[in-house]
Design a protein around this ligand. Structure first.
Ligand code: NAD
Length: 484
């Protein structure tokens, strides 16, 4: 039997010449399919195909073609929402209703950037000396797009849609753990009459494939989403050649609950913020900061609600928390739970394995934590939350800002002026007031401090894939008049 062809390079399908990788369903720990990953040479082939398409096709100049292609991709993806959602749930373990959201957000992202570039106008201005200045945005060139496993297709789309809309060509590398929806997406690209080499898919891990992309001299931009340690390495590697780079990294985001907040509503937002997608979310509200005066009632209701949460098969419609991504990741989370206990925090609830098969964990809650503890400072990236108290706004701000990260934060209160004042003091890229988690494709997303460099989504997300060029035009060629 011929090996399956899962790499999409220069408009053709290839079988990977790298390692063989089993795709595991985290719900039962069983292999559901296998993929053959790319070799270093094949990764180079993908970059060359992208370079050729960038230089030799009209993709970078033909906006109409790009807009039509992105809209066609959106239509095809929308038609297959359910198939994509089932594939995403099978590969990641996320509850099916969350996978459906991922797919519909991916569709919106494609349509948003198609619409944004079709309405983009050049900036033209008459200058004081009578010349005219025009500022245009040009594509950067070949972009390497590298994403993690927690939102495999959606985080890919946050890069693919703006990069292609701006006229770049791309090489996309999903996480080695979650390749399935990326392969399905390449099948849609194949149906869209997009010039060969504009979109390329390579599969594989950080080495050799991710590294080969980052270090390739013909890659003009690396757009990376993943852990801060990997991001640091990639940033250093890109710095030596001034390769353009944007980084969407980790977080340790707080929700601040003020004393006037409705307890039931605040508890629901707290649970949603902390345990959506099993807490495997970069902006997960893994730290809840509760005003001292409502702490007792908040924790009591939090526990009551948590005990009723439905941990189970993510393909069941009623499931609220699925398994975490892998056996290794579950061990990492369990290790953090042990660290929390050994640091003297109180494990109030959860953190237990659930069921015989798969990588399930009950949602864990720590109280009696100190700001300096590792479970407060480090990203666990799983269903673990810490609850702290504060006496006044200054203390809330100090605790909220007191980590190396700065991705997101939430404030729950009916005192909007006070909530806005707090928001202005929080060092984070996204602040939700009386809400949490929803990304808006029209608004930027990204991190302060060690949570990243650059922004995705919104017009800023498009700017991340353009170089700005200023053309100054003097209508008449006259001597400078500067020399005698
Ligand atoms: P990771 O850093 O291990 O891997 C991310 C991607 O980078 C994968 O595709 C991986 O194969 C690749 N990679 C690994 N080493 C590489 C290297 N040296 N060079 C090039 N590529 C390399 O992260 P992960 O475990 O897959 O994902 C979890 C992390 O992602 C968390 O820290 C989370 O906060 C972060 N994340 C951030 C955002 C955001 O928007 N800021 C969104 C989702 C996840």
């Amino acid at each position: 039997m011929n090996p399956p062809k899962h790499l999409y390079i220069g408009g053709k399908w290839y079988s990977g010449e790298g390692s063989e990788r089993q795709m595991i369903n985290p719900t039962n720990g069983c292999v559901f399919t296998e993929v053959r990953e790319a070799s270093k040479n094949q990764t180079g082939d993908a970059v060359r195909a992208a370079r050729y398409a960038y230089n030799e096709t009209t993709w970078r100049t033909d906006i109409k073609k790009r807009v039509n292609s992105l809209n066609k991709l959106a239509d095809l993806l929308e038609e297959q929402t359910e198939q994509f959602a089932i594939a995403e749930t099978t590969n990641t373990g996320k509850p099916i209703r969350e996978s459906r959201l991922d797919i519909s957000d991916s569709v919106s992202c494609l349509r948003y950037y198609a619409n944004l570039v079709s309405n983009r106008k050049a900036w033209i201005k008459k200058m004081p000396d009578g010349t005219k200045s025009r500022v245009i945005e040009e594509p950067i060139g070949v972009c390497a797009l590298i994403v993690p496993w927690n939102f495999p297709l959606l985080l890919g789309m946050w890069k693919i849609a703006p990069a292609l809309a701006a006229g770049n060509t791309v090489v996309f590398k999903p996480s080695e753990l979650t390749a399935i929806t990326a392969i399905k997406f390449a099948e849609l690209v194949d149906q869209c009459d997009i010039p060969p080499g504009v979109f390329n898919l390579v599969l594989g891990g950080g080495t050799p494939v991710g590294q080969a992309l980052v270090k390739h001299p013909d890659v003009d931009k690396v757009s990376f989403t993943g852990g801060s340690d990997t991001g640091r390495k990639i940033n250093e590697q890109c710095a030596s050649s001034f390769k353009r780079v944007s980084l969407e990294l980790g977080g340790k985001s707080p929700i601040i609950v003020l004393e006037d907040a409705d307890i039931k509503a605040a508890v629901e937002w707290g649970i949603f913020g902390s345990f959506f997608n099993q807490g495997e979310v970069c902006v997960a509200s893994s730290r809840l900061l509760i005003h001292k005066s409502i702490y007792q009632s908040f924790v009591e209701y939090f526990l009551e609600k948590l005990q009723r949460i439905n941990v189970g098969n993510p393909l069941d419609e009623g499931t609220e928390i699925g398994p975490v991504i892998s056996a290794g990741h579950r061990e990492k989370i369990e290790n953090y739970i042990e660290i929390g206990k050994s640091e003297g925090a109180r494990l109030l609830y959860g953190g237990q394995r659930v069921g015989e098969k798969g990588y399930f964990l009950s949602p864990a809650v720590f109280t009696e934590v100190k700001q300096s503890m590792r479970i407060v400072q480090e990203e666990i990236f799983g269903p673990v939350v810490t609850i702290q108290t504060f006496r006044d706004d200054n203390e809330a701000i100090e605790l909220a800002n007191g980590t190396l990260y700065g991705l997101a934060a939430g404030v729950l209160s009916n005192d909007f002026e006070r909530a806005e004042r707090l928001a202005s003091c929080l060092k984070a890229g996204t602040i939700w007031i009386n809400s949490y988690h929803t990304p808006y494709v029209e608004a930027p997303w990204g991190g302060f401090k060690q949570s990243g460099i650059g922004r995705e989504l919104g017009p800023q997300g498009l700017s991340g894939y353009t170089e700005v060029k200023h053309i100054n035009l003097n209508n008449e060629l006259k001597p400078v008049g500067w020399y005698k």
